[in-house]
Design a protein around this ligand. Structure first.
Ligand code: ADP
Ligand code: MG
Length: 698
């Protein structure tokens, strides 16, 4: 197929330019160039008369002939002027550079199109360094809205300007004019009144008018999002049709006793609703793949625990996996406390578990004697085998890679139910795309009685005031986090920031009155753990750290989170960090320290943090500011996010529409086997390699 021809074979490209296009723009084949769309258009449908032109006009074009040339000024500061007329009036075209080129190319008497922004020079209206080309009507496409393509310095230096790319696109469209076959089934294009593919592709590069451009953009965005949704829904169906789930029909003594005797508080309504959703899944005979979203502190762990107890009530084993040792430890301690006197066997397995203990655990898992295993990545190792693993709970999932999760799925011949918990709120549109094949539950309510964290933005110059405030908090018995950014490219620099910061903190908070811990990525795991524990036990007042503390740590007595160079953190990261405080009964605070120099975006992030503590609101703001690139889970999600035209941030309406259409198709034809859908099915298989790939489910 011509679309898969290497770009070097396009007339006007050649090996050198091909290499540049590959390196700079990821354009390898004809189809890549075809789907390299303009970022803006400028109206060139109208030729202005020179006597209509004024210095306030924007970019415009005129058509006419050069009457004569003149070189003005001394040799070194020469400017070159062409007097240009269209019959209505004469105007000056002026060059200060590239004069030789202009002299050689331009001739009087030929009809040219001049394009540029008029300005005033020497009180006369003129065009400085305008675009100028011979006027000719292209037979194939008439330029009305001129497309502009983004390029790079490297490309421009090698004559691959926007204009050059435009020419290549024109060549390409001519070459491909018989190959742009419709890619969506007729019943869809006609029902949805979509522009056909060929017309859409021609009009996105060379729009005939604004209305056709709009329809082209819609058609291409729709198609891009629709195909992703269709694939997700089909994958989900495929999985459900092939994989049977364990049935947990009953709620028994474990859950009931826990609920009646050990649970120290009322569940929130949101928790109750989610537990119900989970029970419906695991009682029904289909394998559960559920994502549980809820802000930090919303009580996800408890919901996870109750699901685990249902597994026990049905004679299955279960495990809870956390991304760090600290967190696994905390879960082990709190779960053991919650399950006191229930007669449940629980063990902890992490990288630091001793060999003898490890072997005991392995044996107890195989015999079925061990009911609940809590741990880190250590759970995934092949030597860890269960007798009958029925349910897996994964905490803070965005920390786990795809491959690691996939291994857990395969611990049984029949896959266990999976509950993935994440505290990184994901906007609906994004969740629909990343987790479109998962069921999603949301805890959108915090347990009662929590005091909202107060957030304040301070410039670095107010550091003394900050220290005063911290001392008062410490005197009241509270503990404090101070976090420094860590960005891997400049690890050295960051480490310097951190150690300088640590020194100034120790100077301001001297021993023996104050005790300061420090934790950073360069420390050995054991030392990190030790320092963390000192803080957890309350032996130190201040924890100076890089973002290693981001995930899950629970120190209810900590009441202040100070974030240094806060402008260097992303919104979701700031939100995660802030979630480390406000876990106890005391009023908590988050202080965002920045320099005076803030980018517009940095300022917006800080403002958002000060204004709201709602994780979903923050996630929406984040998506708008940055696009989805780095939001929780996207990188590991296994779905390529190189959307060519749609934007998850801006096109949520089209996304919803595409999803609805995909749902209606899948409802009638779950595995896309009906003849009209054959083309779609083939395309999905090619693009996404659909199979039951456990990796992409969370
Ligand atoms: P998450 O994992 O969602 O961040 P946790 O499950 O760690 O939140 O819960 C945070 C704290 O709130 C824990 O100390 C937990 O025991 C407590 N908690 C959970 N649910 C409730 C509730 N319904 N009422 C009161 N406290 C709760
Ligand atoms: Mg948690």
């Amino acid at each position: 197929m011509k679309l898969n021809t290497e770009i070097t074979y396009l007339s006007g490209v050649g090996p050198k330019k091909a290499e540049l296009l590959q390196k700079e723009l990821n354009i390898f084949y004809f189809k890549d160039l075809l789907y390299y769309f303009p970022y803006k258009y400028i109206d060139r449908s109208k030729f202005y008369k020179i006597n209509e032109v004024s210095s306030t006009s924007s970019h415009i074009q005129i058509r006419g002939k050069i009457v004569r040339f003149e070189s003005i000024g001394p040799a070194r500061k020469q400017r070159f002027v062409a007097y240009f007329t269209d019959g209505s009036q004469t105007i000056e075209l002026v060059w200060f550079k590239g004069i030789k080129w202009v002299k050689e190319r331009l001739k009087p008497g030929i009809e040219y199109v001049v394009f540029g922004k008029p300005s005033i020079f020497n009180k006369k209206l003129n065009f400085i360094h305008p675009d100028i080309e011979i006027y000719k009507k292209d037979q194939f496409i008439e330029l009305k809205l001129e497309p502009y393509y983004s390029t790079t310095e490297k490309l421009k230096n090698n004559f691959l300007t926007s204009k050059a790319i435009q020419k290549l696109q024109l060549t390409l469209l001519k070459v491909l004019s018989n190959d742009l076959n419709e890619s969506l089934p007729d019943y869809l294009t006609s029902k949805l009144k979509l522009l056909d593919l060929k017309k859409a592709l021609i009009n996105i590069h060379f729009p005939e008018n604004n209305q056709l451009l709009e329809r082209a953009v819609f058609r291409l965005k729709f198609e891009e999002l629709f195909i992703i949704q269709l694939n997700l829904l089909k994958t989900k169906n495929l999985r459900q049709s092939k994989v049977k789930g364990f049935v947990f029909p009953k709620v028994g003594a474990y859950l009931n006793t826990f609920y009646e005797q050990n649970l120290p508080f009322e569940l929130t309504n949101a928790q109750k609703r989610v537990v119900k959703e989970i029970r419906q899944d695991i009682g029904a005979g289909r394998q559960m793949n559920r994502l549980l979203q809820g802000d930090v502190g919303s009580g996800k762990t408890l919901v996870g625990l109750m699901s685990m107890l249902i597994a026990l009530d049905n004679n299955f084993q279960t495990c809870l996996m956390a991304p760090t040792e600290i967190l696994a430890n905390q879960h082990f301690v709190s779960v053991s406390k919650f399950l006191k006197n229930l007669g449940v066997t629980i063990q902890l397995l992490t990288g630091s578990t001793r060999k003898a203990q490890r072997e005991k655990i392995h044996a107890a898992l195989l015999s079925g004697e061990l009911q609940i295993l809590i741990g880190t990545h250590a759970l995934i190792e092949d030597v860890v085998q269960f007798k009958n693993l029925g349910l897996v709970v994964i905490d803070e999932q965005h920390r786990f890679g795809v491959a690691q999760r996939a291994k857990l799925w395969n611990k049984n011949s029949q896959p266990p139910h999976i509950l993935v918990m994440t505290a990184t709120p994901i906007p609906r549109t994004l969740a629909m795309t990343i987790y479109g094949d998962l069921d999603v539950s949301v805890i959108d309510e915090l347990p009662p009685g929590r005091k909202a964290i107060q957030t304040k933005h301070l410039y670095d110059s107010k550091r003394l005031e900050l220290f005063g405030f911290l001392k008062r908090q410490i005197n009241e018995g509270r503990q404090i986090y101070i976090v420094y950014p860590l960005i891997s490219e400049s690890e050295k620099l960051d480490y310097k920031d951190l150690s300088d910061g640590y020194e100034s903190i120790v100077r301001a908070f001297p021993m023996p009155e104050y005790h300061v811990s420090i934790v950073h990525g360069k420390m050995k795991a054991k030392d990190k753990e030790l320092e963390m524990q000192r803080f957890v036990k309350g032996e130190t007042n201040i924890m100076v750290a890089t973002t290693v503390i981001e995930v899950g740590v629970d120190v209810p007595n900590a009441s202040v989170m100070v974030i240094e160079s806060a402008e260097r953190f992303g919104l979701s990261q700031l939100h995660q960090l802030r979630g480390r405080v406000g876990r106890g009964a005391n009023q908590s605070y988050c202080v965002l320290m920045t320099s005076f120099k803030l980018s517009a975006e940095g300022r917006k992030r800080i403002e958002t943090m000060v204004q709201t503590t709602d994780g979903f609101e923050i996630a929406e703001a984040d998506l708008k500011l940055r696009g989805p690139g780095d939001l929780g889970g996207t990188k590991q999600s296994g779905i390529a996010f190189d959307l060519k035209i749609a934007s998850l941030g801006k096109d949520s309406q089209i996304l919803q529409y595409a999803r609805d259409i995909a749902v209606s198709i899948i409802e009638r034809d779950p595995l896309l086997t009906a003849p009209p859908n054959a083309g779609l099915n083939k395309r999905i298989e090619l693009e996404f390699k659909t199979e039951i790939d456990w990796g992409i489910i969370s």
